[in-house]
Design a binder for this molecule. Structure first.
Ligand code: ADP
Ligand code: MG
Length: 473
């Protein structure tokens, strides 16, 4: 007679045996595993399907020859590792084939993508191109604040490498830089298909790539990825590499090789090159070789147009007085504008209620704190201005005459006049006892430079956005 535990053990073994027999290949589960190892999987990776399973051999199918080749070169090892994690050593072996694609594109890709025999590249987020399909020129609302940046981006997307190189787009946060960058990528993809290979990456991903490559001693491979594969480089938030010397060095070389080969480069940043801190001069000067375009905070009309466009997309009716209320109360950031609108839409959908001005005021009460006392003080302005320019408040109050101190001081005086009710002498007092005429001169000087001198304009815009947050939050 077998003991109870022995019987239980036998039963378990039998169960296991049975379930082993039934193991089916679950591509979605494998993909989940792959995703964990990729910082930035390209969106098309998820359109890859299982074509056939013969015993333990799984053949995947990509939509295009290019994608199949890309997977083979960059992801196949990763896919097999993920499968092994799930099904063990004796589990499935995965390969990939291309689906239908026209032969012209196939030929043109063949000699462009180097075949490295499927060597695993664990740090290849920088090779992945991914554009958010919701960020296109079609849904970018153009107004006076962004029409220049929009026109330059569109010209580049039509003829990459032919119009301006590089294109440098800068603005405060949430004003549409990333949207424009992805629009360029989407447009190029639509117009040129697989003939042009666009890398759309954040500067953070570029940095990760550099760090990994240094760690694993594979810098040459990293460099070649750009030199051999990239036709258009769209790089977002370049300010991220400030103070990162090795990454700047690498970016400098990447920039040079792409630029010399007449490959299009588009860079976005939170500041114009001239006021970027902790950047090598040679990089900053290159950023200005092509065209620099800024995006200003939107005017009320543009904000209304954006709200109406969103309402159209969501098929929700938004009365004019509500649109105007939101536009006037969200001060400058489009991301916040969208947040407010989404809140209204979500409420209206959930409770099937029409959006009225009353409802909007109630739901967005955080926006309408206008009655709250203004808390912008000269001290606050001095703190914000000094940190923006990486100076100290003491510098602002000093008598130093160099431009790197005197210009921020003048901007701080201008903002003090704009946001506080202090008189010229009071402002002068707060700046280390300057006299009245110094403040008057400073304010006039800054007013003159706004709209003419991009570094002053941009600083005033960015600082105004920051300061206005103190009134609304
Ligand atoms: P940034 O990169 O400058 O911080 P984003 O491009 O992320 O800003 O824009 C913030 C949000 O506002 C995004 O959802 C974007 O789609 C939207 N947005 C920005 N500008 C526009 C515009 N002109 N028209 C429509 N949507 C816009
Ligand atoms: Mg962005």
């Amino acid at each position: 007679m077998k003991k109870t535990e022995e019987v239980a053990h036998d039963n378990l073994a039998a169960e296991n045996y049975k379930s082993e027999q039934k193991i089916e290949f679950d591509w979605d589960a494998v993909l989940e595993g792959v995703k964990k190892d990729l910082y930035f999987p390209p969106s098309w990776l998820f359109s890859i399907k299982v074509a056939k399973i013969e015993g333990k051999m799984v053949t995947l199918e990509a939509k295009t020859h290019f994608q199949a080749l890309w997977v083979k070169n960059h992801y196949l090892q990763l896919i097999n590792d993920a499968a092994r994690n799930l099904y063990g050593k004796e589990g499935f072996q995965v390969t990939i084939d291309a689906g239908e694609e026209n032969s012209v594109a196939r030929e043109s890709r063949k000699d462009r993508v180097p075949d490295n025999g499927g060597i695993r590249e664990p740090h290849d987020p920088q090779t992945a191109s991914f554009f958010s399909s919701s960020n296109t020129f079609d849904n970018f609302v153009v107004g006076p604040s962004n029409q220049f940046a929009h026109a330059a981006s569109y010209a580049i997307a039509e003829n990459p490498g032919m119009a301006y190189n590089p294109l440098f787009i800068h603005s405060g946060v949430g004003l549409g830089k990333t949207h424009l960058l992805h629009s360029i990528g989407n447009h190029i993809l639509k117009k040129y298909g697989t003939r042009l290979n666009t890398f759309c990456i954040s500067a953070e991903h570029f940095t990760n790539g550099v760090v990994q490559s240094i760690k694993t001693g594979s810098m040459d491979k990293f460099r070649n990825l750009y030199r051999l594969n990239c036709d258009v480089l769209l790089i977002d938030d370049i300010q991220f590499i400030a103070g990162k010397d090795s990454t700047q060095e690498e970016f400098f070389h990447t920039f040079n090789s792409l630029y010399t080969a007449k490959k299009q480069i588009v860079i976005t940043s939170d500041k114009p090159p001239s006021v970027m801190k902790n950047f090598e001069e040679r990089l900053k000067s290159r950023f200005e070789w092509g065209l620099t375009a800024d995006i200003q905070p939107p005017e009320v009309e543009t904000k209304i147009a954006i709200i109406e466009r969103k309402a159209e997309e969501e098929q929700i009716e938004i009365p004019a007085d509500v649109a105007s209320f939101v536009a006037q109360n969200v001060l400058s950031n489009i991301r916040e504008l969208e947040g407010s609108v989404n809140k209204l839409f979500a409420y209206s959908k959930m409770f099937r209620e029409r959006i009225t001005l009353e409802l909007a005021k109630q739901l967005l009460s955080n926006l309408v704190k206008k009655e709250a006392p203004k808390i912008i003080t000269i001290d606050l302005i001095q703190k914000e201005v000094s940190s923006f320019f990486e100076l100290t408040v003491k510098d602002l109050k000093s008598n130093q005459k160099q431009k790197k101190v005197s210009e921020p001081r003048q901007i701080a005086m201008f903002l003090s006049r704009k946001y506080t009710s202090s008189s010229f002498p009071e402002i002068g007092n707060k700046f280390g006892g300057k006299n009245h005429s110094t403040v008057v001169h400073a304010v006039k000087n800054v007013e003159k430079k706004i709209g003419r001198d991009p570094s002053v304009s941009n600083a005033v815009t960015a600082l105004s956005t920051t300061l206005e947050k103190f009134i609304t939050s």
